[in-house]
Write a protein that binds this ligand. Structure first.
Ligand SMILES: NC(=O)c1ccc[n+]([C@@H]2O[C@H](COP(=O)([O-])OP(=O)(O)OC[C@H]3O[C@@H](n4cnc5c(N)ncnc54)[C@H](O)[C@@H]3O)[C@@H](O)[C@H]2O)c1
Ligand SMILES: [Fe+2]
Length: 449
């Protein structure tokens, strides 16, 4: 008949007697059975579990951890509604007297920094303030913030805001101990002296900068974004209060949610992934997939906001340890050239990079498809998961209002050679699972235009 049928006693052939209420029947190749399913099985209907060939096989044994050294960086994490006040206790604990609170005008308007300042002052600290920062923080803004740190006689840095504020805070702390210009530190582990303690309070559910070892800065002369990387940049404490997310405008919520999704997917397929990062990456993918749209429909839904805060955190833990890939390497160039929202550029690029990487590591996209709930792929070739994941990311991007192509964001055909060349120098490209040549990255930018 081309298929085998087994019940709880695998030596017995299936019969009406063998199939009774509650029996688990494993049928190999069930997809091809159609009307040939034995009548006894059909009769018990819902109470019989039919499993296809893949599921009927032995339960999967988790693969052993790789036999190579791996490190997992993470700050102390305080998570939950009303945790803002915990930042003041943490500041005392790590020795602050005159902390510098770094934020931006959008956050000031939302009111969160003043809540933080109240708590800091109530614990006897003398907080100073710096808020002259724009999205995609610029080299000169960070250098001006450093001057404010020195002038204020500050000792600890607190960043309250999105990725731009947190990266600026990291840059200020870095300069406080090491001097020079911020662009001097581009690359990996170029920070020599220990930097002042840092506490971060993220106000967007996306970047993971509150737990990451990255600091992304706009080089205003070269019109690109540089990446500074190193263990020294992992903040000491991350205080995550999901209430802060409730004042995000919709477009920021969409962009940062797609950024977190990109972190999860790029970390999971990265050359530097491992069992510890895989777990967080898949959890982040699943949480974004299930909750981003919910936060758009119901902005005050506390459970959905908390799930997105957790998604951003777990994606951050995954990517700071597994690093990223071609989407981020390309996104930094387009974002730096045109001062574009980081998560929106990622949302446009990601489906193209998924298809590109899927040609080399299709099997890595099977668990990603499962995390997204694309369950009907059981037994299908891994390449199908690649396609479905790419389509699903695009569908989600459409649903939250992200444009179809880079051209809608102002990128032109004539920008591509320069963007492609700069991408090859980005630190994030080193862990992309498929080698990327100039021809490849040019083709990817063209496809995403
Ligand atoms: N360091 C890292 O690990 C890392 C990772 C990913 C991205 N990034 C960087 O993060 C930056 C993007 O950060 P982002 O997407 O979080 O946004 P953002 O920090 O650039 O903020 C964008 C705007 O939204 C406003 N805003 C932020 N939170 C708000 C809130 N809760 N309520 C009202 N307004 C709010 C800000 O005032 C700002 O005007 C980019 O520069 C990107 O390169 C860094
Ligand atoms: Fe990102």
């Amino acid at each position: 008949m081309g298929y085998t049928v087994r019940c709880h006693d695998p030596s017995r052939a299936i019969s009406d007697d063998a199939v009774r209420e509650g029996t688990v029947v494993l049928i190999d190749n069930v997809r091809h059975l159609g009307a040939q399913i034995p009548t006894a099985v059909r009769r018990v209907g819902e109470s019989v579990l039919l499993l296809g060939a893949r599921e009927a096989a032995e339960p999967p044994v988790p693969s052993p951890p790789p036999l190579r050294l791996s490190k997992f960086h993470a700050p102390e994490i305080v998570f939950g509604p009303r945790s803002v006040q915990e930042a003041a206790h943490a500041a005392i604990r790590i020795g602050a007297r005159r902390p510098l609170v770094i934020t931006d005008p959008g956050l000031l308007e939302a009111g969160w920094p003043s809540e933080l300042l109240t708590h800091l002052s109530a614990t006897g600290l003398v907080p100073q303030m710096w808020f002259d920062i724009t999205p995609n923080p610029k080299d000169h803004e960070i250098e001006a913030g450093f001057a404010r740190y020195v002038e204020g006689g500050c000792d600890v840095v607190l960043g309250i805001g999105g990725g731009s504020v947190m990266d600026a805070a990291k840059g200020i702390a870095l300069l406080a101990a090491n001097g020079g210009g911020i662009l001097d530190y581009e690359g990996i582990d170029r920070i020599e002296h220990p930097i002042p303690p840092m506490i971060m309070l993220p106000s967007t559910s996306g970047t993971g900068a509150d737990v990451s070892q990255f600091c992304i800065v706009t080089d205003t002369e070269r019109h690109t974004k540089i990446t500074i990387m190193g263990r020294a940049l992992v903040p000491d404490v991350s205080v995550i209060d999901p209430r802060l997310l409730t004042t995000m405008p919709d477009d920021l919520n969409a962009a940062t949610g797609l950024d977190a999704l990109t972190h999860g997917i790029e970390a999971f397929v990265s050359l530097a992934h491992g069992p510890l990062t895989d777990h967080h990456a898949l959890q982040a993918i699943s949480l974004v997939h299930a909750n981003l749209v919910r936060t758009m429909m119901r902005p005050r839904d506390a459970a959905a906001r908390s799930a997105m805060a957790q998604a951003a955190l777990e994606a951050g833990l995954a990517f700071t340890n597994a690093i990223l890939g071609a989407t981020h390497a390309m996104s930094h160039q387009a974002g730096g050239l045109l001062d574009l929202p980081h998560g929106v550029v990622n949302g446009v690029l990601l489906p193209h990079v998924i298809r590109f990487n899927g040609a080399t590591v299709p099997e890595r996209f099977v668990p990603i498809a499962q995390a997204m709930g694309l369950a009907d792929l059981a037994g299908a070739p891994a390449e199908e998961s690649v396609e479905r994941v790419a389509d699903e990311v695009r569908r989600l991007a459409d649903e939250v209002g992200v444009p179809k192509g880079l051209a809608d964001l102002g990128v032109t055909e004539s920008d591509i050679p320069r963007l492609a060349q700069l991408t090859l120098g980005d630190a994030c490209l080193t862990t992309n699972p498929r080698p990327v040549s100039l021809t490849d990255v040019t083709a990817l930018f063209r496809a995403a235009l």
